[in-house]
Write a protein that binds this ligand. Sequence first.
Ligand SMILES: Cc1cc2nc3c(=O)[nH]c(=O)nc-3n(C[C@H](O)[C@H](O)[C@H](O)COP(=O)(O)O)c2cc1C
Length: 217
Amino acid sequence: MVVERKTQVLVVFYSMLGNTAALARAVAQGAEEAGAEVRLRQVEELISKEVIDRNPRMKEVKEELTEIPIATNDDLEWADGIAFGTPTRYGAMAAQMKEYIDKTGPLWAEGKLVDKVAGVFTSTSALHGGQESTLLSMITPILHFGMIPVGIPYSEAQCMFELAVGGGTPYGASSVSGPNSDIPPTQNDLTVARVLGSRIARVASKMISVEAERRAA
Ligand SMILES: Cc1cc2nc3c(=O)[nH]c(=O)nc-3n(C[C@H](O)[C@H](O)[C@H](O)COP(=O)(O)O)c2cc1C
């Protein structure tokens, strides 16, 4: 069955120092390259303006990100596929992303997120700083929503075998920003992030076709 509309992908992220934002743009690019209509959104900041203004780097990143709208529950409902991105905070997701997820109660209660396709991405300072625990912790709410989690098979992103310091895991895309959080995602990291976006779009598109066939039967 031919589905008339484009697959809709939401890439929603939190970023304090820009690394997760760079991954988010690559995930969005991958979804677009796979033919999806993409919404790139950030979650609300919880750090006060006074604190941000005292930190030149944080201030610069926040100014760069002002063009990106704040994500709402409507964006989640609109999407067929969703990528959630957050920096790692002590091996888990940032409070800003958790707050966004915790505000989805009405959507969860009505089963509005069921059968949507979801993937995750993160950035850490340290190579072994908890990327996989963060990614897995983000997959937990995805399962509660009834979404279908997708990761990144090694067959689709062979650069994950790269031994140089960098990110990229089967659980989701990632980068390692170093002790000062100032090493941007590598080309490999960005490739893996694009593969994640493309995979979310392609699997979501298949889900739309399956649902269209079910309704038509
Ligand atoms: C409160 C706090 C906790 C953090 N916890 C970890 C951690 O557990 N492991 C790690 O490798 N990096 C940790 N980091 C570093 C960030 O995850 C890292 O700088 C990341 O690249 C920032 O992403 P962003 O540039 O998108 O903000 C932590 C940073 C903060 C501020």
